[in-house]
Write a protein that binds this ligand. Structure first.
Ligand code: XMP
Ligand code: MG
Length: 185
């Protein structure tokens, strides 16, 4: 799905970050990551389901060998706000002992999910745990989360596409778009 569908969809407002800009930024982040982890083994941990697209494109932009593993977590709490109480729906298959772990996320909103997740992964005796997120909403942050790699800081609006959903829709949009206010207002 691309921008033409966005124009014809009343639920979507406008393209916010175009496909080409996402890909260009991911190539920059991949170059930084390759430099920072040179000579080390690297395990990318993707957070299902939103991070699927970021993982696929970031991993392929890296000019080096990496392993990929996946976790699925759910935040208890009402609807659109996360409570910080997180439940593991699918755990990693890998043992993290002594490994360099890079968490790959689509978006950091309140920061509660990633704050919990980094604490959890750090308890498994890895060599290091860092975070790479495509998007971050600085205005929404409730927890201080130390994020090493950020694609774009964005205002506190609801965005969809490139893995991000509204009620499971729009994940396969190639661009990132804002949701029309009438949809969530
Ligand atoms: P935290 O714990 O940082 O949770 O509040 C981040 C999770 O909230 C979801 N989220 C969004 N999903 N568009 C989305 O499609 C958004 O604008 C948005 N903001 C937050 C998402 O699941 C993320 O992992
Ligand atoms: Mg997510």
């Amino acid at each position: 799905m691309d921008a033409k569908q966005i124009e014809g969809d009343l639920a979507l407002d406008q393209t916010y970050i175009a496909e080409a800009d996402i890909q260009a930024r991911l190539r920059e982040l991949a170059a930084e990551i390759a430099r920072d982890y040179e000579g080390e083994d690297l395990l990318l941990v993707g957070v299902l389901r939103g991070a699927v697209m970021v993982m696929a494109d970031l991993a392929r932009a890296l000019d080096r060998d990496v392993e990929m593993d996946w976790m699925a977590v759910s935040s208890y709490g009402s609807g659109t706000t996360s409570s910080g109480v997180v439940r593991i729906l699918k755990d990693l298959d890998s043992d993290l002992t002594g490994r360099h772990v890079l968490i790959v996320e689509d978006i950091i909103d309140s920061g509660l999910t990633l704050s919990w997740l980094t604490t959890n992964l750090r308890s498994r005796k890895p060599a290091s745990v860092e975070i790479c997120t495509l998007l971050r909403k600085p205005e929404a942050l409730k927890m201080v989360v130390d994020v090493k790699y950020v694609g774009f800081d964005i205002p506190n609006a609801f965005v969809v596409g490139y893995g991000l959903d509204y009620d499971e829709r729009y994940r396969n949009l190639r661009d990132i778009a804002t949701l029309a206010p009438h949809v969530y207002a």
